[in-house]
Design a protein around this ligand. Structure first.
Ligand SMILES: Cc1cc2nc3c(=O)[nH]c(=O)nc-3n(C[C@H](O)[C@H](O)[C@H](O)COP(=O)(O)O)c2cc1C
Length: 225
């Protein structure tokens, strides 16, 4: 877990199909309520990936406002402390890339790199059956995290990408997503370009004491810092 981070520039080195299969197989050991295993994945590489990326990129450039995610990942109204963390995260990425805060064009260009899976040779598109309920989002989240961790076991890196969610209609033109599938996110999968500045971004986390409260542990819980 300490060796996973979001990679936003990949090498063109291909990832063998058997490695992708292996990652998905072990990731599917994720728990799910009643073992219903609600996740579905379309893995894309080669020409399929290229054609998909080309069309989504075009849609994102020319008519992004016409595309809407089928689920709400973020609130419509941000509140603290999340607003501040979100801002900090965005600015930190632009800073490592040397993009000025008011350089809208370069920010936009960087954002659009999502739709080439940040050059990763493999893209995964993860969906969930809309007839299920909100609990299943937890299950798919665990499955997704397993993919990210299993990738590290194969020397690979990843970036989860909710940026794909609004473009489900474009994805449907390329892949047989079922009527009931809600596109949750993409995942870029490949080898990290270790020279790339954007991959040097190290994100912070809250201290355990800031998000967890310990009860009934006795004295030791008070001076655990
Ligand atoms: C479900 C999910 C969706 C995400 N979507 C995007 C995305 O569309 N584009 C992107 O660049 N990063 C995306 N991220 C990456 C987060 O920005 C990143 O996980 C966070 O800043 C923490 O950094 P780390 O992954 O390097 O630890 C996503 C992460 C998750 C878990």
């Amino acid at each position: 877990m300490n060796h996973r981070h979001s990679v936003r520039r990949f090498l063109p080195t291909p990832v063998p199909l058997q490695t992708v299969r292996h990652i998905l197989r072990v990731a599917s050991r994720a728990p799910s309520g009643n073992n219903i295993q609600p996740w579905r994945v379309h893995a894309v590489a080669g020409e399929v990936r290229q054609a998909l990326c080309r069309d989504i990129l075009q849609a994102a450039r020319e008519a992004a406002e016409q595309h809407r995610s089928e689920y709400d990942y973020y609130p419509s109204q941000w509140v603290e402390p999340y607003l501040e963390r979100r801002r900090k995260n965005g600015f930190a990425l632009y800073e490592v890339l040397g993009i000025e805060r008011n350089d809208r064009e370069r920010r936009e260009r960087q954002m659009l790199r999502n739709y080439s899976f940040f050059d990763a040779p493999v893209g995964l598109l993860v969906s969930l059956d809309r007839r299920l309920n909100t609990g299943s989002y937890m299950d798919v989240g665990m499955f997704i995290q397993n993919i990210l961790i299993a990738a590290r076991g194969q020397g690979l890196h990843t970036c989860a990408q909710a940026a794909f969610a609004p473009f489900h209609a474009v994805v449907r033109r390329h892949l047989p997503l079922r009527e009931e599938d809600v596109l949750l996110c993409g995942i870029a999968l490949g080898y990290e370009d270790v020279q790339a500045p954007e991959n040097r971004l190290l994100t912070e986390r809250q201290q355990v004491e800031e998000f967890a409260v310990f009860h009934g542990f006795g004295e030791a819980a008070q001076d655990s810092r």
